[in-house]
Design a binder for this molecule. Structure first.
Ligand SMILES: *[C@@H]1O[C@H](CO)[C@@H](O)[C@H](O)[C@H]1NC(C)=O
Ligand SMILES: *[C@@H]1O[C@H](CO)[C@@H](O)[C@H](O)[C@H]1NC(C)=O
Ligand SMILES: *[C@@H]1O[C@H](CO)[C@@H](O)[C@H](O)[C@H]1NC(C)=O
Length: 428
């Protein structure tokens, strides 16, 4: 056991690296994640996800001592890559920059979108910032959408915008594992090193999507009304409107609903964008007249596609605080929410407005982010002295330095993948 640990630490944290804020994972859960990975690579049929429970359960007694030690270094999981969409609207350019800096890692990909409501000057400013940023320039992994979309709040144009970004990310090479849709008012609670490290132990086909088929009041208020989004055909922004006729609940597929925030796997995004089966296209057309389609489109597709049903993890990976009773928008987070955010173990939180001081606290306590700099990860090998950015000198981008955030995230993931929560909550 001890050997595994040293060995593991050795891989992730070369001895010449600073280890000040490295917190080794609890060994028990580390082994479980490791076994999960092993069962994945060891599964014969090439369908990594399905057998992993069984394998973890039956093999833990003999695998640990006899099989783990001889595994050669090269078979440890390489870090995954995330593809982020970060969207904003008028006046959110600066928030968007800050969120990007907090989420930045050279092995990820980023698409930024300031919708058509923001003035061209704001988009131009964002574009210049990305173009002139020495780190983004060096790695070339941040892209600003120049032909901005008109996005109507609660309308299908929001889903169109998300699909547009996913298509750009596929076209840019598609060398990523998860697509994560965020807005300028989201912010991470863990570093990318934490996230990449923890996700490197997960099957790459998992889809993190909060969902339920228990649509309740939404049946009469969302599924039956028919809306039109003028954003689809007008050049100026106007709110969605309702037509008087109502429609019945679909019988060709089952409706699911949930959070508009998700982390979707590369295979599932391929399925939605390429549309070699008709389901994603039909459901998209159906949702064109559905109020709040971002809270239903992907949920309905993933749960009605047999090959993806078993890949869902019922979580949006977010800390979101609703007022009681819930209002249209979530409660705006402030410093009083800090402890609850940390205790949630969630990697992301929303909603933050303006430059609320709680963001400074998150930067200081959780991300170690300095103003106007990206979060320093294991790839940053420059000096901290005299206010220089340690990331101005880049080392190997595969070196991760997970901190306490990885520990929190691991707790969350272990719980989401536990026997009581994982299978029983899929597409129910
Ligand atoms: C994607 O992100 C935006 C934030 O700009 C959000 O409003 C939208 O509902 C999200 N979800 C989907 C499925 O498009
Ligand atoms: C999904 O899981 C269920 C229950 O575990 C199983 O019966 C079904 O065959 C699985 N579906 C696929 C496509 O593997
Ligand atoms: C920081 O500043 C001091 C004093 O000006 C200088 O001696 C030192 O070399 C600087 N360090 C770096 C890394 O630039």
């Amino acid at each position: 056991m001890k050997k595994l640990r040293t060995y593991y630490m050795h891989l992730r944290h070369p001895p010449n690296m600073e280890r000040r804020w490295i917190f080794p994972l609890a060994i028990g859960s580390m082994v479980s994640l490791f076994l999960l990975f092993l069962s994945m690579v060891a599964s014969p049929g090439g369908t990594p996800l399905f057998p992993f429970y069984k394998s973890v359960a039956v093999s833990s007694s003999f695998f640990v001592e006899s099989k783990l030690h001889p595994v050669p270094i090269s078979s440890l999981p390489p870090p995954p890559r995330f593809a982020y969409l970060i969207s904003g609207s008028v006046g959110e350019g600066n928030m968007l920059k800050r969120t990007l800096e907090a989420l930045y890692h050279p092995i990820n990909r980023y698409v930024l979108h300031l919708d058509l409501e923001s003035p061209p000057a704001e988009r131009l400013d964002l574009q210049k910032y990305v173009q002139n940023h020495p780190i983004f320039k060096k790695f070339g992994n941040v892209k600003v959408i120049t032909k901005a979309n008109l996005v109507t709040y609660r309308g299908p144009t929001m889903v169109a915008n998300t699909l547009h970004a996913a298509a750009i990310l596929l076209r840019e090479g598609g060398d990523w594992d998860w697509f994560i849709n965020l807005s300028a008012s989201d912010y991470p609670l863990v570093t990318q090193d934490d996230l990449l490290h923890t996700f490197s132990y997960l099957p790459r086909d998992l889809n993190f999507i909060d969902h339920t088929s228990n649509i309740g009041w939404k049946e009469s208020q969302r599924a039956k009304p028919v809306i039109i989004d003028p954003g689809l055909y007008m050049s100026k922004k106007a709110d969605v409107f309702w037509i008087t006729q109502r429609r019945s609940v679909p019988t060709a597929f089952k409706l699911f609903t949930g959070s508009a925030w998700m982390a979707l796997s590369r295979p599932f995004i391929d399925y939605c964008i390429w549309g070699w089966e008709n389901l994603p296209r039909i459901v998209l057309m159906y949702y064109a007249n559905f109020i709040s389609s971002p809270e239903g489109y992907f949920h309905t597709v993933v749960c009605n596609a047999q090959q993806f049903q078993n890949t869902t993890v019922n979580s949006d990976l977010h800390f979101i605080s609703w007022d009681n009773p819930p209002k249209q928008h979530p409660h705006h987070l402030n410093v009083n929410d800090m402890q609850r955010m940390v205790d949630s173990n969630a990697p992301f939180a929303r909603k933050f407005v303006g430059e609320d001081p709680v963001l400074d606290e998150i930067d200081k306590q959780l991300l170690h982010k300095r103003p106007n700099m990206v979060v320093a990860g294991g790839w940053c090998i420059g000096s901290h002295e005299n206010g220089t950015d340690p990331c101005s000198i880049a080392g190997s981008t595969n070196v991760l330095k997970p901190g306490p955030g990885a520990k929190r995230l691991e707790t969350l993931i272990n719980s989401l993948l536990s026997e009581e929560k994982f299978r029983p909550r899929q597409c129910k």
